[in-house]
Write a protein of this length. Structure first.
Length: 113
């Protein structure tokens, strides 16, 4: 019988606390599949932002406001991608830490950004 794992989900609750799912790694359920799709969207958006950033930074006409806005979106995307990486890493080693490296036992995800 497989040992259940704790998965950090790619969203927070209404109170901003980390959402966790105890799941069977060999038979993921519907919540795991939704989380997988959301993570794929987050990673895809990050790749799109990287391309947009390359184009904008190469454009001498880009103004400070545009670059500042892009920096904000890149920061949000980086936060999401770090959460995905931490969650996937945790599933590989069986730990349960949030994106800050803190134990999820305290129930808080970083609100930086």
């Amino acid at each position: 019988m497989p040992i259940p794992v704790t998965r950090v989900l790619p969203w927070t609750g209404a109170d901003g606390r980390t959402c966790l799912l105890i799941t069977d790694p060999e038979a993921p359920g519907p919540v795991s599949r939704v989380a997988d799709r959301i993570e794929a969207v987050q990673l895809g958006m990050g790749m799109g932002l990287i391309e947009h950033a390359r184009d904008m930074l190469a454009d001498p006409e880009a103004d400070a406001g545009q670059v500042r806005y892009l920096a904000g979106r890149l920061t949000e995307s980086l936060r999401d991608v770090v959460c995905v990486a931490v969650s996937r890493g945790n599933r590989l080693d069986g730990s349960a830490e949030d994106a800050t490296g803190s134990s999820v036992a305290d129930g808080h995800r970083s609100s930086r950004g």
